[in-house]
Design a protein around this ligand. Sequence first.
Ligand code: NAP
Length: 286
Amino acid sequence: MTARLLDGTDLARRVREEVARDVARLPEPPGLATVLIGDDPASAVYVRSKRKRCVEAGIRDLHRHLPAHVTQGEAAAVVDELAADPAVSGILLQLPLPPHLDPAALINRIPAEKDVDGLTEASAGRLALGRPGLRPCTPQGVLALLDDAGVALQGAHAVVVGRSDLVGRPVAQLLLQRDATVTVCHSRTRDLEAVCRTADVLVVAAGVPRLIGPDAVAPGATVIDVGIHRTGSGLCGDVDADRVGHVAGALTPVPGGVGPMTIAMLLRNTVAAAAAAPLAAVGGAR
Ligand code: NAP
């Protein structure tokens, strides 16, 4: 492997330390309300680590656990109560929800000022229009990794593989705001390899193990692998790292790349929400 590895574990630790210092400067500690509905084991693990990191940074843990059989109306009432509670700086509804619940209807009850996951229509609209607001965490983590590595974005050709609301679309918007020339690929893109090969910066969030091989990467390109998959031989990403590592100039490892950045950015969003902050500082909005 000749590519420089972009260490998300180390950057996430530095961001968390910075967040803890910011929290200490606030008159009141911020409060993060994670909302977990039901007992999905993977969601329980994610929420537990979010809560742990939030407490470590001095943020108040205002977690709510609702039973799987909660009705849409009962869940909506909890979100409304948290929305009205001044002790709650940020609200995060852990997905996926049990199938009888409508996630979009619940997410959109979260006020944009408390939307620390950046997933409401209001936050997505602010991002699309380039207005200040809270940005989705994983896409912010991608930008933070690029910035920390000193990757120039202005005028660069950035190719994003994936157009999900959670990752692909917001990453593309953030890159556009930073004056990259952005191409978004998806499952119907013709000749994906050829398009990816034109990228100075390639962000892959397709959810397909090892989709991107060395023929899809220009020599020296920066490759950010958002994908994460558990396979028989361990964890892997959407990029065939063993082979792409000989072509790319820089590459995020899986694990230890984008993954750790997501929670770090959630903490940063929570502080920004509490400070009712200069939101323009969050996610590079202009
Ligand atoms: P998603 O909602 O399934 O979206 C996948 C996107 O990739 C879709 O836009 C899809 O295109 C596109 N796609 C699928 N197969 C493709 C192909 N063969 N060629 C080109 N495009 C293709 O997934 P997601 O939520 O964005 O997540 C993507 C990956 O990131 C997953 O592995 C997930 O586990 C990981 N992830 C990691 C983190 C983290 O913290 N590290 C956070 C979130 C997600 P269409 O729109 O045409 O269907």
